[in-house]
Design a protein around this ligand. Structure first.
Ligand code: ASP
Length: 341
């Protein structure tokens, strides 16, 4: 993401255009408890508090807990967004928070429309006194309809903060302010006396859409993630490398691994299967700093691709999209290296 150059202040009165499309996909924001208190997605919520001049279309894209969402659902959602975009001033997507960042990043990579797309959800359900669904929905709708949002790519609105899809991540499993990520929000929305005050601090880095997008209807590539830990001797690696079209490893620090992994990764790369190295830390880049066996410099020399600032699950989606498009290993390496994703 570009560094904030100057703080942009937008007029405090939001100027909603006429047509808001809300695509619902399930999650806690649509969930109700059963007799035992366990939650399942049921009824899609409605955006509260919009002026009567805004025409709202609610569309149920699917109705799933977000751990059940797959790249196929993300692709189906992308198609629906592209279909709705010409008749929408702004689009809101409601989504379970557990994989919200993955769907947001998939859309960031593959959507071509300039129409604002804002994802949101809730951490508390509709029968709790502290339900955060209505506030997050109104925020997302106000942001999606605001003229200053156009051209920023898909955003996530949560707890009044606005995040870009590339860097946002879920940082807390239960708190209402569940989203964060390095380097932090790119904007903020508050409501003062019924008026939305929207401030942007930065513009997200957008992908280069000269690249072809994910092939609709195609079989998504199979990419697996392995998680590194002290004492890992490569357990599970061979099986994953055989099954998958590509691997992502959530490695240690700046992208280092135990020595046992170096020959395994060397072999996979030599077979033409990409291995992407991310970091299991919550922020920062992957760098070729260390020359001991398994150190970042040795992994990159063996052909492993550094994930830059992407976390492992976002690196997995980028690799999945690039492999699905049929890109070669050097082309994939070039995309990860140029940073325009
Ligand atoms: N805990 C999740 C949520 O907040 C459930 C899900 O992701 O579907 O929506």
């Amino acid at each position: 993401m570009r560094q904030p150059q100057s703080s942009e202040f937008q007029p405090s009165a939001s100027q909603p255009s006429e047509r808001l499309t809300v695509l619902h996909t399930g999650g806690t924001i649509a969930s109700k408890p059963d007799a035992s208190g366990a939650l399942t997605p049921q009824e899609a919520p409605r955006v509260p508090g919009l002026p009567a001049s805004v025409e709202v279309s609610n569309i149920q894209a699917f109705n799933l807990p977000s751990p059940h969402v797959t790249p196929r659902h993300m692709e189906a959602l992308r198609v629906q967004i592209e279909q709705q975009a010409p008749r929408s001033s702004g689009i809101v997507v409601t989504h379970g928070t557990d994989t919200l960042e993955e769907t947001a990043f998939y859309l960031h990579l593959t959507l071509a429309t300039p129409v604002p797309v804002v994802l949101t959800g809730s951490m508390r359900h509709a029968e709790e006194p502290s339900w955060d669904g209505p506030g997050n929905l109104l925020d997302a709708a106000s942001v999606a309809l605001h003229p200053a949002t156009r051209g920023r790519g898909p955003l996530v609105a949560f707890g009044g903060d606005l995040f870009d899809a590339r860097t946002v991540t879920k940082v807390h499993s239960s708190a209402p302010d569940a989203f964060g990520g390095y380097p932090g929000p790119i904007g903020r929305i508050d409501h003062i006396g019924g008026t939305a005050a929207l401030h942007y601090f930065a513009r997200p880095e957008l992908p280069l859409h000269s690249r072809p997008l994910f092939v609709p209807g195609g079989q998504p590539a199979h990419v697996e993630i392995l998680y590194a830990y002290a004492g890992w001797q490569g357990e599970g690696y061979d099986q994953a490398a055989q099954r998958a079209d590509g691997l992502v490893i959530a490695a240690l620090g700046t992208g280092n691994l135990p020595a046992e992994l170096l020959p395994l990764i060397t072999q996979t790369c030599a077979q033409g299967k990409p291995v992407v190295i991310a970091t299991r830390t919550h922020a920062g880049p992957v760098l070729p700093l260390y020359g001991y066996a398994g150190g970042g410099a040795t992994l990159q020399r063996a052909g492993a691709i550094p994930a830059s600032f992407l976390n492992a699950h976002k690196a997995r989606l980028l690799l999945l999209v690039l492999l699905s498009m049929g890109l070669s290993q050097p082309e994939i390496e070039a995309v990860f290296a140029d940073g325009h994703f």
